[in-house]
Design a protein around this ligand. Structure first.
Ligand SMILES: [Zn+2]
Length: 321
């Protein structure tokens, strides 16, 4: 025992492991050896910890209690990868309906889901904010690590390792797929790896080539879309949208009409195709509604009294056309 100060323990969390949420009666000293006190970024601490979490070997050079937590979670993940894999490979209903019989498989069907849930809860458990005599401990770096599907991993690499292990995935495929689609779209890379578990080196490079091509095509399409949206009509800031019988003539569509000198329903009818081309980005229904709104607006404008009394854009039609 090093006689470190114990962190504050909320009443509801008495006898709870700060790392995994399991019941516990003991404390973990951090740093384990008091000669390492000067190596860590905060004061030495005693933290409630279950026997299992306390038993994990951690690497030296761990600078904070949160970094230690990441390492312990990582160990839990590796240890329970099989249990966690149950939830990734099966749904609870599938397990219930699986009709496993026999001593081994029957037991699997019954206990698999609870085992998965326990493992998942322990990994996801976040502990409580660390305070000592009600003063918060500084120095937590939220930016380190990698989060996917609500679970924080020591790093992107750890997350990849975890999925590779629990789902028996092709590690090179997942790693390189993440590289191509970026870690932000980890879920997508994971899907590809799940669909292609047992592959030859040749199949792997084929999949990756296709993925690369697909990504560069998507990037090009995005550029094109951006270009198009820049060509889109930018309405004059003083233009007002007009609502007639619940249908809206948007400022974009009114500006479009002004730019093309579309004054009447007949004018609009002649340029109907152009309108739908130019408002394609709204989708079929959106473009149709915009067209309909403009139709109703132009129809209303056939009445000079309406124009004079109600049309909020009357002056634009005078000055533009
Ligand atoms: Zn624990």
């Amino acid at each position: 025992m090093n006689n470190y100060t114990c962190i504050d323990v909320p009443f509801n969390s008495r006898h709870t492991c700060w790392f995994c949420g399991e019941p516990c009666s003991d404390f973990l000293d951090f740093p384990a050896n008091h000669r390492n006190v000067s190596d860590i970024s905060h004061q030495p601490l005693a933290v409630p910890s279950c026997n299992e979490c306390s038993s994990f070997k951690t690497t030296s050079g761990v600078k904070s209690i949160w970094a230690l937590r990441d390492q312990i979670k990582h160990q839990l993940m590796s240890k329970y990868a099989k249990h966690l894999g149950i939830g990734l490979n099966w749904t609870e209903t599938e397990l219930k309906e699986s009709d496993f019989t026999g001593s081994v498989l029957g037991g699997f069907g019954k206990s698999a889901w609870p085992m998965y849930q326990i493992a998942k809860e322990r990994i996801a458990y976040k502990g409580w904010p660390i305070t000592i005599d009600e003063l918060p401990l500084d120095g937590y770096d939220e930016t380190s690590g990698f989060t996917y599907d609500g679970t924080r991993y020591l790093s992107l690499h750890t997350c990849i390792d975890y999925y590779v292990k629990s789902l028996s995935l092709d590690k090179d495929l997942l790693t390189q797929a993440v590289d191509i689609v970026t870690p932000e779209r980890f879920g997508y890379a994971l899907k590809i790896a799940k669909l292609n578990k047992f592959i030859s080196a040749q199949e792997r490079s084929q999949i990756l080539e296709e993925l690369l091509l697909q990504e560069s095509e998507a990037a090009e399409a995005n550029l094109e879309l951006e270009k198009q949206s820049r060509q889109c009509t930018v309405p004059h800031p003083n233009l007002k949208k007009v609502t007639i019988s619940g249908t809206v003539a948007t400022t974009e569509s009114i500006q479009w009409a002004l730019d093309r000198k579309v004054k009447t329903l007949d004018d609009l009818c002649r340029l109907e195709d152009d309108f739908f081309d130019d408002f394609e980005h709204l989708g079929g229904t959106g473009a149709f509604l915009a067209y309909n709104g403009l139709q109703l607006y132009l129809e209303a404008r056939e009445n000079p009294t309406w124009v004079e009394r109600i049309d909020p854009n009357a002056e634009f039609w005078v000055s533009y056309i």
